[in-house]
Structure formats: C-alpha cells, structure tokens
Design a protein around this ligand. Structure first.
Ligand SMILES: Cc1cc2nc3c(=O)[nH]c(=O)nc-3n(C[C@H](O)[C@H](O)[C@H](O)COP(=O)(O)OP(=O)(O)OC[C@H]3O[C@@H](n4cnc5c(N)ncnc54)[C@H](O)[C@@H]3O)c2cc1C
Length: 404
C-alpha cells in the first residue's frame, strides 16, 4: 500500500549554523518549519570568527540551500585551508618553528582540505529568505509533551508554539538537552578564549608567515597558547550577492586575521560573570594586561584589532553518552556534542542538519514513520558526532585542564 505524505510541523530552537541550515533544507522541501532564536536580532552580538569548512560541511550546504544561495556561499568563502588538524607552530617573531598534524598516528581521516569561512558571512547566507521562518527575541524555557502526540515549546515572553517535532539547535548551553537528557554532562575545561579580529593590512601581511594562509598558527607559551588564522575572501562578497541574491548586503567584506588567546579563567583576575558582562574594548584591554611576555608582533596584532569585535568564550565539551530512547524531541550540533575547537564543530552541526532534514523529508514525502526516521538519524549522528568530539580532545597544541 502506498504511504501517505504527512503534514509535519517542525520547531527548531536556536538560529545558529545548524538550526538555520536545517530550516533551509526543510523550507526547500516545502515542510513547515519555524526557528526560535533568543537573540533580539541577527546582529545582537558579535557573531563572527574564522572557521574551517571541510567537505562534509560544504556537502550539507549543497543539500540544504537553494541553488543560488549555495553559489553565493561558494563565492564568498575565504582562501583554501587545511583543517585545524594541520597547524603551524610559530615562535614569538611569527617565524615557523614546526608544522604538526594530529592525531599523531598519521590517520588522514581528520585531515581535510577545505576553506577558511567567515561565520558572520555564512550566517547571513543561512538567514537569507527565512524572514517569515526565523523569530528573534524568543528565549526557549521548557517544553511540554501533549496528549495528542505533539510537543509544545514555551518561551520566556509567555508565548508558546506547538509542533510535531522539536529540534534542539540551541548550542552548548542547550535548555532542551538539560530537560530531555539531564544526565548528559558538559565539562568546563576552565580555559577561556579571548578572541578578536584584526584587519589584514599589507604591513600586517608582511609580518605573518606565508603558510598561515592555509593553516592555523599556534604560539605555545603565550598565556596557555595563542592561535591565529586568516580569512581572505576569494571575491568581494557584495559583488557576488548583487548577482546571486540582490538586496543582501554583507556586514563584513574585509580580509582579517582571527586570533585567540587561551588562558585559565583565574589568570584574567575577574569572575566568569564579570568576563561575560564586559564590552569588547574592555576585553581587549584585559588581554593586553595579562602578565605575558608579549612578542611585539602579537601585541601589535591585538592592539590593532577592532575593539568592538573582541569576545570571550568558555571552552567546554560534552561527555559522550549512549543513544537515548527516541521521542519527538531531538538534538543537533553543539546542543548534543559540543567539542573543543578542532575544525569540526560547525561542520558536524551542518552535517547533522542535512541528515535530519533528509530524515524529515522522508517522513513528509514518503510516509516513513516519524519515530523510525528520528531513531535512524540519532543513531548515525551519535556515532560520528561523538567520534569528532573524542578527536577534538586530542589536540596536542592547546592544553585544556579540566576544573572538575
Ligand atoms: C573560536 C571558535 C573557533 C571555531 N572554529 C571552528 C572550525 O574551524 N571549524 C568548525 O567546524 N567549527 C569550529 N568551531 C565550532 C563551531 O562554531 C560550533 O560547533 C558551531 O557553531 C555549532 O553550531 P550550532 O548551530 O550547534 O550552535 P550555535 O551556532 O552556537 O547556535 C546556537 C544558537 O542557539 C541560540 N540559543 C541558545 N539558547 C537559546 C534559547 N534558550 N532559546 C532560543 N535560542 C537559543 C543561540 O543564541 C545561538 O544563536 C569553532 C568555535 C569557536 C568558539
């Protein structure tokens, strides 16, 4: 007997990379989807940094984005780059001391060539065409299972939304994970990443090692370590948008150096709450005030960075767990497998989004039972997601000492 198509209503909590990619994939297939994002607007906080896009992330975007947005993504990528698994160890004068790769076993599984991508640019592409799908200023608080098999998401403003599936795409601090899988632990390494962006001028380019264009640089011993990488756009993003998505204006169109100083929280001499409340210029001052013997080039790199673009992140990661009992609540990306920076977190979130989108399309168009589709998605996602997480814990160049 031919299975009937189903009218699915999908609720996605979180409008980051994974949630928006899923929404694009469902939208393209004509499935009803709504995204609820806590931020009040797309530019409510510093959204951007460089990340390495590998083949799996790119494939996910090809599957989920409409063709012209996919072309726009390809046109607005930065230069080709190797995964964070290949990195240049440089000395304080930014001269290369060694090139390393991990895992040291020589496995090539995690060493892929891809592109340096500006997260802010990609997020603008992922938001394009979704004005009626993404709801800003909606802070999810809890969900309730309904007697008719639907699920209700409740928001801090007192409103709610009801759907057939609830997807946690709400990142490392996921409220859905806390309610649904309270045993799933997130470990705080105690390390904080103070990061920023410095416009890539010709003078700065001349100071940087040439191989930095395709790898990530790491300077051990500056605080815990200092890392940096480049984004060099292949073409002017706004020119590309004029052809492919008229009306879209990108916020960032200049090449830059992305840097991060990693240090144990106590070295900053302020509490986490104080750190999180600090504005960009204060964070920039705090980095420079660290008791560090700054090589002059690195000090210059930080001094010349855009103060409003300085941000702080807590370095946290999940502990892998066994697959749970499947329900109509599921998870993707950092909401389930947050990992340490290793070139995989965003790529894995995008891969989850694409896989989940295919699974839900099978439910809507081919009548695959929802429970079976979600179970199969979760089985696969748990396997590769926690593998990527375990690999991220093996970075030899960044020391993460757990505080608990
Ligand atoms: C410095 C740094 C460098 C990185 N480099 C790389 C790299 O090179 N390659 C790579 O693959 N990955 C990299 N990553 C990891 C990558 O950025 C993340 O893994 C990825 O963004 C996760 O996507 P996500 O959609 O799961 O979560 P996010 O992008 O974090 O999105 C979660 C969204 O949910 C929203 N939200 C949270 N709580 C609520 C709530 N209660 N209600 C409503 N909305 C909520 C948030 O505001 C946010 O918009 C890096 C990360 C960092 C910090």
């Amino acid at each position: 007997m031919k299975k009937q198509p189903v009218n699915l209503r999908v609720l996605v909590i979180g409008g980051g990379l994974g949630g928006l990619c899923l929404a694009q994939g469902l939208r393209k297939a004509g499935i009803s989807v709504a995204v609820y994002e806590r931020d009040s607007s797309p530019v409510a906080r510093t959204q951007g940094y460089r990340f390495h896009m590998d083949a799996s992330g790119e494939q996910a975007l090809r599957e989920c984005l409409p063709p012209s947005l996919c072309e726009l993504f390809l046109a607005t990528r930065g230069q080709p780059s190797k995964s964070l698994t290949v990195f240049s160890v440089v000395d304080g004068q930014l001269k290369e001391a060694a090139t390393r790769r991990f895992p040291e076993s020589g496995s090539s599984e995690f060493v892929t060539v891809g592109s340096a991508v500006d997260r802010l640019t990609l997020r603008q592409i992922l938001l394009a065409g979704l004005d009626d799908v993404v709801h800003f200023g909606k802070e999810f608080t809890r969900y309730e299972q309904q007697h008719d098999g639907t699920v209700r998401a409740c928001f801090a403003d007192g409103t709610s939304a009801t759907g057939d599936v609830l997807v946690a795409a709400d990142g490392v601090g996921s409220r859905i994970r806390e309610q649904f899988l309270p045993h799933a632990e997130v470990i705080d390494t105690g390390v904080r990443w103070l990061g920023g962006k410095t416009v890539l001028t010709n003078e700065l380019r001349a100071l940087l090692p040439t191989q930095l264009a395709e790898t990530f640089g790491s300077v051990p011993g500056v605080a815990q370590s200092m890392v940096f990488g480049l984004v060099e756009f292949r073409q002017d993003p706004n020119q590309a948008a004029a052809h492919l998505w008229p009306g879209l204006r990108f916020h960032n169109t200049v090449d830059y150096v992305f840097w991060g100083v990693l240090a144990q929280q106590h070295l900053f001499a302020v509490s986490d709450d104080e750190l999180n409340a600090m504005a960009g210029p204060d964070l920039q001052r705090l980095v420079l005030a660290l008791r560090v013997d700054w090589p002059q080039t690195l000090r210059t790199l930080i001094e010349q960075s855009r103060p409003d673009q300085t941000f702080v992140l807590r370095m946290r990661h999940a502990k892998p767990i066994e697959h749970w009992q499947t329900t109509n609540v599921t998870l993707l990306g950092d909401a389930i497998h947050p990992m340490l920076p290793s070139g995989s977190g965003a790529n894995t979130a995008l891969r989850d989004a694409s896989l989940l989108s295919c699974s839900l399309i099978a439910v809507a168009s081919r009548g695959t039972p929802l429970h079976q589709a979600l179970h199969d998605y979760e089985t696969e996602m748990v396997r590769y997601g926690f593998d990527a997480l375990r690999a991220s814990l093996q970075r030899p160049d960044i020391r993460f000492t757990p505080t608990r």
